[in-house]
Design a protein. Structure first.
Lengths: 430, 132
C-alpha cells in the first residue's frame, strides 16, 4: 500500500509542477508549492485514503499554496496582473517604486470595473486580474464551464483594449462615477459569495474573502473615501454572521433566530469601529448607512434587544438617498417592529403600486411575515406560498414553503396560538 | 443569471412535417444554424450547457412500484408537444435571454422559412437568497 502510494506521488509530482508552471510561471515558487502539496498528501492520504483524483487534489493544494504566497507578495502579484491584462508576456517591466505599484492596483481596478463592460464580465476580470484567482476557480464559483469563463475573460480584456481607455486613473470629472462602478462590482462579488447554498461552498466563501480583501486594499489606498470604508464595514458586519446563517442541512436561518454566539465577534468589532469612525466625517452614502444598519443588528445581544427605532430611522435616511424600492420594503419591516404589524402592512400597501416591485417575491415574503405577526394566518400562508413560487433562490424557496407549512399545521391544531417569530415546524399528534 | 431555454416541437406532424420530411439541404441548413448558434454562445461567454434529445418515439415515463422497481409506461401518443432540446445559459438579464430565445425560435425550417418554434424560458434557481 505504502509503496504504491509513494510511486503515485513520484509519478504525479512533475505533472503537478508542470501545471503550476503553466498557471503561475514562477519556477522556484511553483516547486516550493508542489513540495508542500506532496507533504500534505503524505500526511493526509494514509488516514483519509487516496482521493479519487489524486493529481487534481495535488494541483488544487499546490495552487492554494501558490495563491497564498502570491498574496503575501503584493508587488509581484500586481506586476503579474498588469502583464496578464496587457498580454505583455515575458517582457521585462521596470520595477516601479512602491507608490507607483499601489497606483497600478487602483488603475487595474478602475479598468476591470469599467462601465463599458457587462457586470458579469467586470466581475470575472476583476477576480482574474486583481484577485489572482484561476479561471477554473472563478468558473466553479459561478457554476459555469471553464471554457465559458475563459471566453468571458478574454472578451472583457478585448473590450478594454478596444475601448482605448488609457492606463491611468480617471480624471476628477469621472472619478466619482467610476468609483461607484468599482464598489458595485466588489459588492456583487461579495453578494455572490454570500450564499453557501449551491454545492461549491468552498469557492463561494472564497469570493467573500476575496471581495473583502479587495475593498480593504482599496480602503488602504483611498482612506478618505467614506463609501469605501462604508462598504468594507458592511461586508465585515455581514460576513461576521455567515456561520449562523445556515443550519446543518443548509437551510436558511433568519436573523432573528440565529445563534449569535456563532457570529464572528472580531469582525463585528472591526466593522463597528470602522463605521463609527467614518459616519461623523460627513458625505454619508448608501454603503455607510447599510453598514450602520448591519452594525445595529450585530450589536444586539439578542433579537429582542435590537434597537429597531434606530434601524427605522436609518432606513428613512437611506430612502432619501436612494430610490430603490427594496429599501422601502426593508423599512416596512422596521416600521412593523416599532409601530406594530398593521403600520408595516399599511406601508406595503403603498409600495404595492410601484411597478418595479410588481411580482417581486420579497414583497410577498415581507407581507407574509407581517400578516403572520398580525395573526392573519390564512392570508400569511397564501403570501408565503406566492413568495415561494417567485423566488429564484432555492434555499429561500425551501424556507418560505416551510413557513407556509408550519402555519398550516398550527392552524389545523385547535387552540394553537399565532407565533410572532418563525419557529421550527410542530409535529402534529394523531 | 442562469436560464433554461426549452425548445418544444409539435408532436403532430413529426412524421408528416418533421425535420425528416424536409429536403436534405434544409436539414443541413438547420443543423448548421444550431451549431453556429452554440459556437456564438460559447464565444460570448454565456454558454453553460446545451443538449438535443432523442425523438419521442422511445420516450418512457417511469414510476416506482411498491417494491421500488421501475414501472415503465409510454411512449405517449396523445401528448401534443415534446421537448426537443434545451440550453442552459448564464446571461446578464432576462432581456438577453428573451433575445437569444427569439433567435433560436427563428431557426430555419423547410425551405429556409423561420420555424418560429415556442421556446419556454425558466430561470435556474441560482440567485443568492435575500437576508431574512
Amino acid at each position: 500500500m505504502a509503496t504504491g502510494f509513494e510511486h503515485l506521488l513520484r509519478e504525479l509530482a512533475p505533472q503537478v509542477l508542470g501545471a503550476m508552471m503553466r498557471r503561475f510561471g514562477d519556477f522556484a515558487a511553483a516547486e516550493d508549492a508542489v513540495q508542500e502539496a506532496l507533504l500534505a498528501a503524505a500526511l493526509q492520504w494514509p488516514s483519509d485514503g487516496v482521493p479519487d483524483n489524486p493529481r487534481g487534489w495535488l494541483i488544487h493544494v499546490a495552487a492554494r499554496r501558490m495563491t497564498d504566497q502570491l498574496r503575501s507578495d503584493f508587488a509581484r502579484r500586481q506586476r503579474e496582473a498588469f502583464l496578464f491584462l496587457y498580454d505583455v508576456g515575458g517582457e521585462a517591466v521596470e520595477p516601479a517604486a512602491e507608490e507607483a505599484e499601489q497606483d497600478d492596483t487602483l488603475i487595474l481596478l478602475f479598468m476591470c470595473c469599467h462601465p463599458a463592460l457587462t457586470t458579469s464580465s467586470a466581475i470575472a476580470l476583476t477576480l482574474r486580474a486583481i484577485g489572482g484567482l484561476g479561471t477554473g476557480e472563478i468558473a466553479s464559483a459561478f457554476l459555469v464551464p471553464e471554457a465559458t469563463m475563459a471566453q468571458r475573460i478574454s472578451r472583457a480584456k478585448q473590450s478594454i483594449r478596444n475601448s482605448g481607455v488609457p492606463f491611468e486613473l480617471p480624471g476628477e470629472d469621472e472619478r466619482s462615477a467610476r468609483l461607484t462602478a468599482v464598489l458595485h462590482v466588489l459588492y456583487l462579488i461579495f453578494n455572490e459569495g454570500h450564499t453557501s447554498s449551491n454545492g461549491a461552498e468552498l469557492h463561494r466563501t472564497e469570493l467573500c474573502d476575496e471581495a473583502i480583501r479587495l475593498v480593504r486594499t482599496l480602503h488602504g489606498q483611498l482612506p478618505r473615501e467614506a463609501e469605501i470604508a462604508g462598504l468594507l464595514a458592511l461586508m465585515l458586519l455581514t460576513h461576521a454572521r455567515r456561520d449562523a446563517r445556515t443550519d446543518a442541512g443548509g437551510g436558511l436561518v433568519p436573523l432573528a433566530q440565529q445563534d449569535r454566539s456563532r457570529w464572528d465577534h472580531d469582525a463585528i468589532a472591526e466593522g463597528i469601529a470602522l463605521i463609527s469612525a467614518t459616519l461623523p466625517r460627513g458625505a454619508v452614502g448608501p454603503y455607510q448607512l447599510q453598514a450602520a444598519i448591519a452594525a445595529v443588528h450585530d450589536e444586539a445581544t439578542s433579537a429582542e434587544d435590537t434597537d429597531w427605532p434606530q434601524i427605522h430611522a436609518l432606513y428613512g435616511v437611506l430612502m432619501r438617498l436612494s430610490d430603490n424600492p427594496v429599501i422601502a420594503l426593508n423599512r416596512a419591516v422596521a416600521t412593523a417592529m416599532v409601530h406594530g404589524p398593521r403600520a408595516g402592512l399599511a406601508e406595503l400597501d403603498a409600495l404595492a403600486a410601484d411597478a418595479r416591485l410588481a411580482g417581486h417575491h420579497r414583497l410577498d415574503a415581507v407581507r407574509a411575515h407581517l400578516l403572520e405577526r398580525a395573526g392573519e394566518r390564512e392570508a400569511a400562508i397564501a403570501c408565503y406560498l406566492a413568495a415561494a413560487g417567485r423566488t429564484a433562490s432555492e434555499p429561500e424557496r425551501n424556507y418560505l414553503a416551510t413557513q407556509a407549512a408550519r402555519l398550516g399545521e398550527s392552524q389545523a391544531r385547535p387552540g394553537a396560538t399565532p407565533m410572532s417569530i418563525p419557529t421550527p415546524p410542530v409535529r402534529r399528534h394523531r | 443569471m442562469k436560464y433554461m431555454l426549452m425548445m418544444h416541437a409539435p408532436k403532430e406532424g413529426w412524421t408528416t412535417a418533421g425535420i425528416g420530411t424536409w429536403p436534405p439541404q434544409d436539414i443541413q441548413a438547420h443543423i448548421a444554424f444550431m451549431l453556429d448558434f452554440n459556437r456564438k454562445l460559447q464565444a460570448s461567454g454565456e454558454f453553460v450547457d446545451a443538449q438535443g434529445l432523442a425523438g419521442p418515439e422511445e420516450a418512457k415515463s417511469v414510476r416506482a412500484r411498491k417494491d421500488g422497481t421501475p414501472d415503465t409506461d409510454g411512449p405517449f401518443a396523445e401528448s401534443k408537444e415534446f421537448l426537443a432540446g434545451f440550453w442552459i445559459l448564464d446571461v446578464e438579464d432576462s432581456a438577453r435571454a428573451y433575445q437569444i430565445a427569439a433567435q433560436i425560435s427563428a431557426a430555419p425550417g423547410k425551405g429556409g422559412v423561420p420555424l418560429n418554434m415556442p421556446i419556454e424560458i425558466r430561470q435556474v434557481m441560482s440567485a443568492p437568497p435575500a437576508e431574512l
